[in-house]
Ligand binder design. Structure first.
Ligand SMILES: *Cc1c(COP(=O)(O)O)cnc(C)c1O
Length: 214
């Protein structure tokens, strides 16, 4: 744990955002140091790794699935995950509904949007039909859409990152207006390199790995 970095993040998010500690590829000891500091939201982007960690870690951890979720992995992760932040297609939603109906569990989900223009990472929904997608989810009683997740573009260009985050904030606000801010309440945005910019643009949940550990 990088104590100074952790303190800096805690200070930045204080009163405005929740922290998801991204634990991918970290040892149990490294992860537990954050648990011992009181952190309970941990994020993983691989189904196998999330399941393995969830099985050996304390039960009050709320595991967040943050990576691209393959449809054939949904059934396995459902029992262990507290929120799927990467709902990025109608097909995946269908699969989540099926698995959660069977498990008798309502899954909190964030719709993941792809807003970066020049980016090879193409997972994520298009913003063009954001409201249509969320309206569509009403047909699934076992999916609860709580907000949106957005990744910043892979670039050093601060203006470009700001532009994407500003667009995300606009999208978030317009969805809140349409569906109610009690329902659409999470804007998950910001990682090690760009969390400050994300906070300036209304993020209320940051997902940070590298900066906290290294
Ligand atoms: C890895 C990852 C993060 C954390 O990235 P860092 O740069 O290590 O802070 C956040 N969100 C997602 C979706 C990730 O895959």
């Amino acid at each position: 744990m990088q104590k100074l970095h952790y303190e800096k993040v805690k200070e930045s998010i204080s009163g405005r955002a929740q922290l998801v500690v991204v634990t991918k590829k970290r040892s149990d000891e490294e992860v537990m140091a954050f648990y011992d500091c009181g952190e309970r939201l941990f994020g993983e982007n691989k189904a196998q790794d999330l399941i393995a960690k969830a099985k050996r870690f304390p039960e009050d951890i709320q595991w967040q699935f943050i990576g691209h979720l393959q449809r054939n992995k949904v059934k396995q992760v459902v029992p262990y995950v507290s929120r799927i932040q990467s709902l990025d297609s109608a097909e995946l939603a269908k699969e989540i509904e099926k698995a959660c109906a069977k498990a008798d569990k309502v899954m909190p989900c964030l719709a993941e949007f792809h807003l970066a223009l020049n980016d090879t990472n193409k997972t994520g929904l298009s913003a063009d039909d954001a409201s249509g997608f969320i309206r569509d989810m009403a047909q699934y009683p076992h999916i609860q859409i709580e907000g949106i997740m957005v990744m910043g573009p892979h670039t050093e260009d601060e203006q470009e990152i700001r532009a994407v985050f500003a667009e995300a904030e606009q999208l978030f606000k317009s969805l809140q207006k349409e569906f109610g801010s009690d329902r659409i309440r999470i804007l998950s945005m910001g990682m090690s390199d760009d969390y400050q910019l994300a906070l300036e643009n209304g993020s209320n949940m940051v997902r940070i790995g590298t900066y906290l550990f290294e």
